[in-house]
Design a protein around this ligand. Sequence first.
Ligand SMILES: C[S@@+](CC[C@H](N)C(=O)[O-])C[C@H]1O[C@@H](n2cnc3c(N)ncnc32)[C@H](O)[C@@H]1O
Length: 258
Amino acid sequence: MNNISTSNNWDTSLYEDKHAFVWQYGEDLLKLLNPQPGESILDLGCGTGQLTEKIAEAGAEVMGVDYASEMIEKARQNYPHIRFDVADARSFQVDKPLDAVFSNAVLHWVKEADSAIASIHKSLKSGGRFVAEFGGKGNVKAIATALYSALESVGIAQAQVENPWYYPSIGEYASLLEHHGFDVIYAIQFSRPTPLAEGEAGMANWIKMFASPFFAGLSPEQQIEIIPVVEEYLKPTLYQQGTWTADYRRIRIVAIKL
Ligand SMILES: C[S@@+](CC[C@H](N)C(=O)[O-])C[C@H]1O[C@@H](n2cnc3c(N)ncnc32)[C@H](O)[C@@H]1O
């Protein structure tokens, strides 16, 4: 097994090859966005651009931004007819106010929610909409618990670990949106157990893709040893008939700029 990258660098091949479920589930969110021809829409945290392309297919003038330059490079290769730029959800700015900001599976990486919501609010026209899905309170709780237990087994206490995720409750996030001048017209939180591709390798791939910051304090040898320990903890609950399932819990919201 290769060492796990514990930096913020996204492995675009691993993302596109093994985690297509992220944007496949995101297609439901597109129905909520309901993009119209000619509307100006930003796909915030667009990754490799698959949902940005769907918004373009609806006839909207869409642009994708992501803070990971490797994601933006891949998105440009995938869809050269669409504009993609490197920008951070916490500080991005747009040239002209937008009809909508769309964001799938991004905002649980953005702990500075206040800054992100302020930037989103500023970028919208009055009456413009913000449509997003992300991990909510309790998302991947079993996986996080197993990660902490496995780290403890090699002498790393929970307090020493940098947890990269922000999973707010629906009440917390809706309140933040209201505080920034949004009218929250739709908000749900729901469990969505998510089957992972690649059979027995599914959980290891998921951990390498999304949980690598947990391993920042480990030596390369420890990194190699840790994933089987996590799998061992999770097998009784999240592995059935050759398929791993991630215990996802999502928030979906639609908010209008007042
Ligand atoms: C799981 S991917 C989702 C990508 C895409 N929205 C999709 O549905 O396929 C999460 C994306 O969020 C981006 N991201 C995380 N934090 C960000 C931030 N502060 N600003 C912009 N993008 C961010 C990552 O670089 C990554 O591309």
